[in-house]
Ligand binder design. Structure first.
Ligand code: SF4
Length: 280
């Protein structure tokens, strides 16, 4: 292993947690340490599936920018010209034909595209940058655009840290959107809209019990990371298959043959969120 001095273990305080850093920790404590404590940029080995994923990731970023501009009232005709690849053209057409394209035309709707919320958590903070929060009287819907190649199972998305962080943080940090009153959990719903599967969004409503459970578990997780003295490598080597640190950790040079979807998500979600964190 190429390390010459011991890896740092102390988390800078305050640390700005996000769904992607928590998801990294959940999957592999060492990945969290390398990425967020050591801030080690380790070049991923370029192999065909990874290059394809990286192309898709650039298109995904462009698609997010197009939707943001559309939701900020840029005319669709102008944006159509930006859909200059096959993937972008298809995603854009799917979006424009969907009900989502009319969200801004509803008189009682207030749209907040690319909104960032953050709140204290333990000695640290937690943040989320939302693709869109759409408010109607008595209801707050969180929309997240996904450009995955395959549609994930709802149970898998439900267990992602993103689903927990985004809903919980809207309650904890979103009262300024609701006349200074926290939203009630039952007013909140999270919707993942899949650009390649426009008729099959995943919808996750919320309850008071889920909110209590999620916010408690996020606090416990943050405290656990803060107190951690060592960040071991995962024993589940499947998690290494598409990890950019796999040559550093001597867990293989080539990208794995495993789950394409996991590769796509690990590249796209983390990169998108890192860009958002830098902007924040
Ligand atoms: S290669 Fe494996 S052990 Fe190393 S950081 Fe990535 S997931 Fe963890």
């Amino acid at each position: 292993m190429p390390e010459t001095s011991p890896l740092k273990t102390e988390l800078p305080a305050p640390f700005l947690f996000s769904q992607s850093s928590l998801q990294d920790y959940d999957e592999c404590a060492r990945r969290f340490q390398l990425r967020y404590i050591e801030q080690l940029r380790w070049p991923a080995i370029e192999t065909a599936p990874v290059l394809e994923n990286e192309r898709r990731q650039v298109e995904g970023q462009q698609f997010h920018r197009m939707l943001q501009q559309y939701l900020l009232s840029l005319p669709a005709d102008t944006l159509t010209r930006m859909a200059n690849t096959e993937n972008l053209g298809r995603w854009w057409e799917n979006f424009i034909k969907s009900d989502l394209a009319n969200l801004g035309k509803q008189q009682d709707a207030n749209l907040y595209p690319e909104l960032t919320l953050s709140a204290p958590i333990g000695r640290h903070r937690i943040m989320a940058k939302y693709d869109l929060i759409a408010l109607k009287p008595g209801a707050a819907t969180i929309f997240d655009w996904k450009t995955y190649h395959k549609r994930p199972q709802d149970a898998w998305m439900s267990a992602r840290l993103q689903t927990k962080v985004y809903r919980a943080l809207l309650i904890v940090a979103g009262s300024h959107l609701n006349a200074r009153q926290p939203f009630a959990p039952q007013q909140v719903e999270m919707v993942y809209w899949y650009a390649d599967f426009p008729g099959e969004p995943a919808k996750f409503p919320y309850t008071e019990a889920q909110h209590q459970r999620d916010w408690n578990s996020l606090n416990i997780l943050v405290n656990e990371i803060s107190a951690k003295q060592s960040f071991p490598m995962t024993s589940d080597e499947k998690k290494c298959a598409f990890c950019p640190y796999r040559s550093y950790c001597e867990r293989g040079i080539q990208a794995g043959e495993g789950d394409e979807l996991e590769a796509e998500i690990s590249v796209m979600d983390v990169t998108l969120e890192q860009i958002q964190e830098i902007e924040f």
